[in-house]
Design a protein around this ligand. Structure first.
Ligand SMILES: [Zn+2]
Length: 549
């Protein structure tokens, strides 16, 4: 009995470890708990981060798989925005700072938890560009859903080392300015590994050189802004194959035993690219190419190097993810994680609290993919199936300046909210132009929810702020209250919502004969011949609750 129970516990743990990139990392209680000093150090964009602007990183490391040991350096080039003598960088406490140099000068530093404050002997001047070399070494902590950085072996006994560190942060395994607001402009990644292994990182492959000691250095060039958690190592016994989508090089990496399955499954990348380019414009990282890389966890949106662990099968981990028969038509991980190339990687939230800009939009892009491939009706069916996953227990947008992943409603409720917004705009050709132009305006930038709201307000001429606020900053859905007066042949209606001034049009009546009404928080009346049980509300177009009295 005890063994059986233990087995159940182990199964549950494995299921969590294999959770998709879009399921929550922790329970609601943890997100409610007061922030720790570590959460604030990581999350806050304080003085010693705000005083500089990142220009360039060169991550140059050696990975010893046998010892699970990293050593190397990050060269960090930055422009000072204020005169100051200190900057804030980050490196997990499990790793050692060997030295930090500016030219030949060794810099002093102070460590606090995962933060490294670097002090300069003279004031750095606003407007000037500086470069430092941050040397480090050690055995990184394996932690988090996907291991953060995990030293595993494949079934044939080859080393298989992968990083996936969103949430815990890239400073888990390399020194950097570990926050979201300031993305480096471009980056070089050099990874020295035993010569029988392959490293696939982000950007364009820039060559490899044998180092003469049994190690080979793999060089990768990232030619676009990149957020830290996207920077990745994928070291293994990879086989490579390639294809093209127009001018875009497609590069695929899989283990030898899975090569045939990968060749078949990864062909879906083309349909994905076609659909997303249709709605948003060119794939954002054209010069770096698009890559899919097999990994031993479900998947992650690493920029231009999407990692894939969905068992070469449609659906999500061989399940009908949304439960309405549409998910089995495509590979969830290819479609979801690649959507982040547009939303998450190209457009990035400036603060983790606004992560719905990554996940709400990427989930909505899945819905658009379904609409593009299978038509509007299936798109709506897929979108609304996500309602069963929404909890409505906490607002989607959480406290700013704290390193806490928002609740999972950011995915499903986020997508349902965007579908609602489309119905509010109530003109599909206008909607397509809006979301296209929204992406184009903010691509390669870090933004806040306020930027999204302002864009949609300006472009529609509508005041959508209360609608954004109700869905993103409150817990409950707006409730359409209906009060029927059969004798008078009328129905009274109003919104019940947390957000003051909440008003939103909605379609009511019958499915083949919708009537658009404009409820506010005040009662208004509509003539109707429909009895209460036949009077419908278009809840597939607007994510709301309805009460009939
Ligand atoms: Zn995602």
């Amino acid at each position: 009995m005890r063994n059986k129970r233990l087995a159940v516990v182990i199964l549950a743990v494995c299921a969590t470890a294999m959770a998709p990139a879009q399921t929550p990392q922790s329970g609601a209680a943890a997100a409610d708990a007061p922030p720790t000093r570590a959460d604030i150090l990581r999350g806050e964009y304080g003085r010693y981060r705000a005083n500089n602007d990142l220009l360039y990183y060169h991550l140059d490391i050696r990975v010893d798989p046998e010892r699970k040991f990293l050593s190397g350096k990050t060269t960090i080039r930055f422009r000072m925005l204020q005169d100051d003598t200190r900057i804030q960088l980050d490196l997990h406490a499990a790793l050692q700072v060997d030295k930090i140099l500016m030219g030949e000068t060794a810099l002093k530093y102070e460590r606090e938890l995962g933060t490294v404050f670097v002090d300069f002997p003279e004031t750095l001047r606003a407007g000037r560009v500086y470069s430092i070399d941050f040397f480090y070494s050690g055995t990184p902590l394996e932690t988090g859903r996907f291991g953060g950085i995990a030293f595993r072996k494949d079934a044939s006994g080859h080393h298989w080392i992968n990083t996936a560190c969103e949430g815990i942060g890239a400073s888990l395994w390399w020194p950097n300015k570990d926050q979201w607001r300031d993305e480096v402009e471009n980056m070089d990644i050099s990874v020295a590994i035993p010569s029988d292994l392959v490293d696939v990182s982000n950007g364009k492959f820039a060559g490899k050189s044998e180092l003469g000691d049994g190690y080979t250095r793999w060089d990768w060039k990232v030619q676009y802004p990149i957020n830290n958690y996207d920077v990745s190592l994928n070291i293994g016994n990879y086989q490579h194959f390639s294809d093209r989508f127009g001018d875009l090089p497609l590069d695929f990496y899989a283990l030898p035993e899975d090569l045939d399955k990968a060749k078949k499954q990864f062909a879906q990348a083309k349909g994905m690219l076609e659909a997303y380019q249709h709605y948003f414009g060119e794939y954002p990282f054209q010069k770096d190419g698009y890559k899919l890389i097999q990994v031993p966890y479900s998947g992650m949106e690493h920029q231009s190097a999407v990692t894939y662990g969905n068992r070469f099968a449609n659906g999500y981990l061989e399940r009908d993810w949304t439960g309405v028969g549409i998910s089995p038509r495509f590979d969830f991980i290819i479609i979801h994680e690649s959507a982040h190339e547009w939303f998450g990687n190209s457009i990035t939230a400036a603060d983790v609290s606004d992560m719905w800009i990554h996940e709400g939009w990427a989930t909505y892009l899945e819905c658009l993919y379904v609409e593009y491939m299978y038509g509007k009706e299936d798109g709506l069916k897929y979108t609304n199936a996500y309602a069963s996953k929404v909890r409505n227990r906490q607002p989607i947008i959480t406290a700013r300046g704290v390193n806490r992943t928002p609740p999972q409603d950011q995915y499903f409720k986020g997508a349902l909210f965007l579908n609602t917004l489309r119905s509010v705009v109530n003109d599909d050709s206008r909607w397509w132009a809006l979301i296209h132009d929204f992406y184009q305006k903010f691509k390669y930038q870090t933004i806040m929810t306020e930027d999204v709201v302002k864009f949609f307000n300006d472009r529609t001429g509508m005041n959508l702020t209360p609608i954004f606020n109700q869905y993103l900053r409150h817990t409950s859905l707006p409730e359409l209250e209906l009060k029927f007066d059969p004798a008078g042949g009328t129905v009274a209606y109003r919104w019940k919502a947390d957000e003051a001034g909440f008003a939103m049009p909605v379609r009511v009546g019958t499915k083949d004969h919708w009537q658009l009404i404009q409820p506010t928080s005040e009662w208004a009346t509509l003539n109707t011949r429909l009895p209460k049980d036949e009077f419908q509300v278009a809840t597939d177009l607007y994510y709301i609750t309805v009460s009939k009295l």
